[in-house]
Structures are given as C-alpha cells and as structure tokens.
Write a protein that binds this ligand. Sequence first.
Ligand code: HAM
Length: 428
Amino acid sequence: MKSFKSIPGTFDILPDGYSAGGDTIAPSRMWRHLEAVVHRIMASYGAEEIRTPILEPTELIARGIGALTDIVTKEMFAFERGSTHYVMRPEVTAPVMRSYLQHNLAQRGGTQRLYYIGPCFRAERPQKGRYRQFHQFGLEVIGSEDARADAEAITSLRDVIRELGLKQYTLRLNSLGDADSRPAYKAALVDFLTPKADQLSDISRKRLETNPLRILDTKSEKEQALLADAPLLSDFIDESSREHHEMVKELLTDVGVDFVEDPFLVRGLDYYSRTAFEFESPLLGAQSSFAGGGRYDLLSKEVGSKQVVPAVGFAAGMERILLACAAEEIAGPHRTVVDVFIVALGDAAMKWTFEGAARLRESGLDVAFDLKGRSMKAQMREANRQEARFVAIVGDDELAAGEVQLKDMSTGEQSSVSLTDIPTRVNA
Ligand code: HAM
C-alpha cells in the first residue's frame, strides 16, 4: 500500500511538539498562545482583524511585490485555470492593499489599522526556518504618512515579542528615501560595483543588472568587505525622508525601543520607500530575521489606485518566532488539562459516562472519558496522560446510589460525592 507524507517544507502542527530534521515544531497550544498574544496586543493598538483569501490574482502579487524580486521570479506557487491566473499568496501586504481599495475602506474614516494571522506560500528550498508553507502575523497601517504610524508598526511588533518573553533580538532600521532618491543611489552603487564585478558571486553579478540594491543584503563576508567603501543610501535620500526618519527614531527612543541603524538594510520586496526595518535573533542561524516591514507609499498606485495611499506595516514569521522561543527556552502555557476524567467500571457505568460528562460540561467543566471499554488501570493511565485535575470513579453500585468517588489528582485525596456536587468541589 502506498503511504503518504507531508510535502517537504510543510508541517503538521500537533498537540505535542516534535523534531523534523533540524527543525523543532512547536505544539499547537504554543501556536494558540502566540495567536492570543497577537490578538491582545493588536487590540491594545485599536487594530482590527482582516482575513483575505489564500488565492489572489497573480498579477496583483507580481505588480505589488515587483516583477524582478526573488519571490515573483522564483518562488510563486502559481497556476492557471482557464484564463485565470492564481497565486497562493506569498505575503499579505499586497492582498490587504487590494482589499482596502476594493472595499473602499478609506470611507470608514481615519487611519485603518488592519492585522492578520495566516499561512503564506513560497516555493523556496526548504531549510531550517525556511519553509514552503509558513505563517505570518502582521499589521498594516493604511492612510497615514505620519512617522507615528511607522513607529507604531515597530512598537506593536516589539510588544508582541516582549509579551512572549523573548529577550535576544535586535531591531535594524534604515530609510530607503523616496522614489526619486533611489535611482540616483542605484546608479552610484552600480558605478561603484561594476569595476569590481569579477569579485562578485554569480547571483550578485546578475543582481547588478536586475536589482543592485539587493547586493547590499549579501551574507558573503568577501562581498561585505567589498561593500565597506560603497556609497551609502543615507547620503542620497531626500530632505523630507531624512526628517521623517529622524522623527521615527525619536519616537522609538521616547518609548525605550532600542534599534541599530543599518545603512545596508534593504528588503526583498520592491514596494518600500522611507522606513525599512527587520527584527533578528542571534539564535536562529542562517534565517536570523524573524520579522520585517516598512513604509510602502507606492504600492497603492502599483495595484490600481488613482491616488497615493500612504501605508506602513510589518509581518512576522510565526515559525521563526516559535523557534526563537524554543531557543530561549520559553515554554508558554501549560498543556490543556481536563477538569474531570470519568473512570467507569461496569457496563451501566460506562454507558452513563456519556450522560454524566454532558451534565458536567453544562456546568462549565472540561470533561473526558475513555472510549475503549478498557480496564480501570488503563483508564487511570489515560486520565494521567490528559493531566486531569480530578478523576471521578463510578461503578454500577455508585451509579445506583447516585454517587461517584472523586479523586483530587494533585493531593491524592478521595471522597464520595454526588454528581451534582462535583462542580462545587472542582471549583473550590
Ligand atoms: P518578508 O520579509 O518577506 O516581508 O517576510 C516577513 C517574515 O516572514 C520574515 O521575516 C520571516 O520571518 C517570514 N518568512 C518569509 N519567508 C519565509 C519562509 N519561506 N519560511 C518561513 N518564514 C518566512 C513580508 O512578507 C512583507 N509583507 C512585510 C510587510 C508588511 N511589509 C509591510 N507590511
């Protein structure tokens, strides 16, 4: 018989955590903990949740992220049905902007703070921290060019990380300037690198022609040394972008957010201008960056808006954040426990477990019982595995008398109580 396995670069999220190759996959309760923290922190910023489809028009992503980016040229899960071109979203910013424009969310008034949690898809070569299906949470602040919006995108992300208990991370910050300052810088960088092209890697040589700014992102020490004397983007950015950047830095300093200025920080998506930032952890190996974002005032026009809609946001990789949590030994909440596990002896008692559990659930308790008609010992083992707080032991005689033996699993104390008294005892 043929057996099946999950596709490389995709993972099952199970009740217990597990290791797969070099990866540690967190248990589902840790995912729910992270999601709960995201919902709570986003609420504290007045942000509202948005859910957009997994499938989007391919052209939205190609135009939004940039036709020459790695994501669009190499990493899209895209296909056709009839004359329609679909892509499984590789990120959520362009979809959120599409949705904002499609539903004219500007009409709601003010600035829209929209956050999301959900899967994304990129056809990358799987390795630790880099997957084909991964999950992002993110915030998009749409409709404001105010530096406070940029700072808010950063602090809300910092708040999530802080609430989780992560300590070892660095925020890297840069300004990419406006759309006009980039071409001049690009030209200067190409002038600087062209005579040194033979010392560049094949990829960087190609990028020299397609997307030279991405060379700044190189992980190769040899290339980094080569770039030491390269012209700096910060010397090319326009005055108003510079003032905006100074304001973002002041605001972050006002609320005690540490950052490192990184003039070489460019992002892998083309829609950015002005603010760009990344959060990284030294504990994540090669894929050290666990979140990134920035301002993308130009995206709206790329995807069909007549007017510029200024916007800024971030997205964080949930797998990478959970890997960082594991590396910092943050265990998260205790596993889910049931309040009461009913252990039944005898046919009548076993049948009754179903009704007994239903009544206890109505009074607000979490209740489980064995479904296999096993021995008392096996049922007790199961109660232990589920970390039940109490075990209610019922035999046919107890059932006739309307009583159960209630055992407090933390103290070992056992006493005879009527079914209706269980909730009071459990909640005492
Ligand atoms: P990004 O840097 O492409 O930005 O992705 C954000 C985060 O998603 C990364 O920092 C990383 O943690 C995670 N990530 C990306 N690709 C993978 C992968 N293959 N496997 C695992 N995790 C991955 C964006 O997506 C922008 N939309 C961010 C943004 C929002 N900018 C403005 N608003």
